[in-house]
Design a protein around this ligand. Structure first.
Ligand code: FAD
Length: 464
């Protein structure tokens, strides 16, 4: 007799494990199936390893600027092996935490590869062992993996994806070429430049961070160039081969001219594709291009099968996958969704950080809004000055008729920790006057939000 569950979750990334815990808390008999490490991409090869490395590289950059603050260092050095060890320690600690939460909530964990063989039947394969599990509902949260573009030479040694670059046996390349200037490419450029690598980015679009607010993407590009990261936009890589003084040569076309660039390591960061290979056996499920098609309740074309996270079309973000997982489980339980899925913050952990939510000015205008904006430069923010922060700004985009906040773009230290308050404002339809009406502590980065809100009426105090 097969073991039977109310809900079977496939994949233990932020979409899957959060959904499983939520379902268990709502009284459902739940199991989760994972073929790799608990925690998925986010914990093992994504958010947590990158942000741990970024934190270490921040220490380095701070140490380099300490002289200005009256503290002198001698013998500053990088121990890349220790850096990777610490990253692994953080990952292990969090993984232990997630495992503990799953167990404490009574979620049964199956280690193995899942295949949906019937609408209510899943086969789990672990080595030679196989087990069939019965389920009323199935939630697919199998995530995504890096895309290897179809370019000659992508399988050469030292041509890596973020998975390999973040692995324990990665090396600190003397020269790193990054193909793709999206969020992952830009974060890796910041990390490895700070750690001492020579870094070059090749991007096919006419600017890096193409989907982002133009002012922010230009500002990040300027910051990277100031740190001597070379950026080639409007450039297409055509071939990678062995050779040159670093070991690899990359051929690319920039403004119709054939150029070459040498590198010791090449990072392919051109996007991520959904994990669906081998997931279905004789199951006819509707697709949306390469992604699994779902409705607003995250239900697939088969009513008891749901899908969330990177495996469906949309922004590939850990917090979005978790939110979708919670809403899917609420729907399975016949509850109203408790999360506003329309307001999604996006962050980039560069120096300074980037955080955006809602519409930027261009998008709001394109959607027919009469727009009012307020902007405050971080140069005038005392916390930024006293902490020797970088340039940046906080910009608020409002609807001129209703005065409601439509969007916010932050380029400043701690932007990723501040953006939540603006997401709350948009979700609750607050006006810029509501935003300006509360007291924010001093000195903080957040004070710039008050100033940006007042700037809409030309009433910012600390702005000429
Ligand atoms: P995943 O986290 O990919 O988890 C899917 C899991 O399913 C995996 O563990 C996989 O092994 C398992 N699985 C797949 N198929 C099967 C099967 N058949 N049977 C059993 N198990 C299976 N997002 C942020 O919000 N903030 C960040 O700072 C951030 N940084 C990132 C940095 C990098 C370098 C990368 C690559 C991504 C980053 N992301 C970040 C994106 C984020 O990691 C993903 O959006 C998120 O992990 C998606 O969650 P998920 O649950 O959909 O899938």
């Amino acid at each position: 007799m097969n073991e039977s569950y109310d809900l079977l979750v496939i994949g233990s990334g932020p979409g899957g494990y959060v959904a499983a815990i939520k379902a268990a808390k709502l009284g459902k008999k739940t199991a989760i199936i994972e073929k790799g490490e608990i925690g998925g991409t986010c914990l093992n090869r994504g958010c947590i390893p990158t942000k741990t490395l970024i934190h270490s590289s921040h220490f380095l950059s701070m140490a380099k600027s300490m002289k200005e603050a009256g503290i002198t260092f001698t013998g500053l050095d990088i121990d890349y092996e220790r850096l990777k060890e610490r990253k692994e320690e953080v990952v292990l600690k969090i993984r232990k935490g997630v495992l503990g939460l799953l167990k404490a909530n009574g979620v049964k964990i199956y280690q193995g590869e899942a295949k949906i063989i019937q609408r209510h039947l899943v086969r789990v394969k672990c080595g030679e062992d196989e087990e069939n599990l019965q389920a009323d509902n199935i939630l697919i949260a199998t995530g995504s993996q890096p895309v290897r573009p179809n370019i000659e030479g992508v399988n050469l040694k030292n041509v890596v994806t973020s998975d390999e670059l973040l692995s324990g046996n990665s090396k600190l390349y003397k020269k790193l070429l990054i193909i793709g200037g999206g969020v992952i490419g830009v974060e890796m450029a910041s990390i490895y430049k700070e750690l001492g690598s020579e870094v070059e980015i090749i991007e096919a679009m006419d600017r890096i961070l193409y989907g982002m607010d133009k002012e922010i993407s230009q500002s990040i590009a300027m910051g990277l160039k100031k740190k001597k990261v070379s950026i080639h936009t409007g450039s297409k890589v055509v071939k990678i081969s062995e050779g040159g003084s670093y070991g690899l040569v990359c051929e690319y076309i920039e403004k119709e001219q054939k150029k070459t660039c040498e590198a010791e390591g090449i990072l392919l960061s051109v996007g991520r594709g959904p994990n669906i290979e081998g997931l279905f056996e004789d199951i006819d499920i509707e697709m949306d291009g390469p992604y699994i098609k779902v409705n607003e309740n995250f239900e697939t074309s088969l009513p008891n099968i749901y899908a969330v996270g990177d495996v469906i079309r949309g922004k590939q973000l850990a917090h979005l996958a978790s939110a979708q997982g919670i809403v899917a489980v609420e729907r399975i339980c016949g509850l109203e969704p408790s999360i506003d899925l329309k307001v999604i913050p996006s962050c980039i952990y560069t120096v300074p950080e980037v955080a955006t939510v809602g519409m930027d000015e261009g998008e709001a205008k394109a959607r027919g809004f009469k727009v009012e904006t307020g902007k405050y430069p971080m140069l005038g923010n005392s916390k930024t000055l006293l902490s020797m922060g970088e340039r940046g700004f906080i910009k608020l985009v409002c609807d001129a008729d209703s005065k409601r906040l439509l969007g916010a773009q932050l380029l400043c230290d701690r932007a990723t920790d501040i953006i939540g308050e603006l997401a709350l404002a948009i979700s609750n339809k607050l006006t810029y006057k509501d935003i300006a009406s509360i007291i924010r502590p001093h000195p903080t980065y957040e004070e710039a939000i008050t100033e940006a809100a007042h700037d809409i009426d030309g009433m910012a105090i600390h702005l000429i």
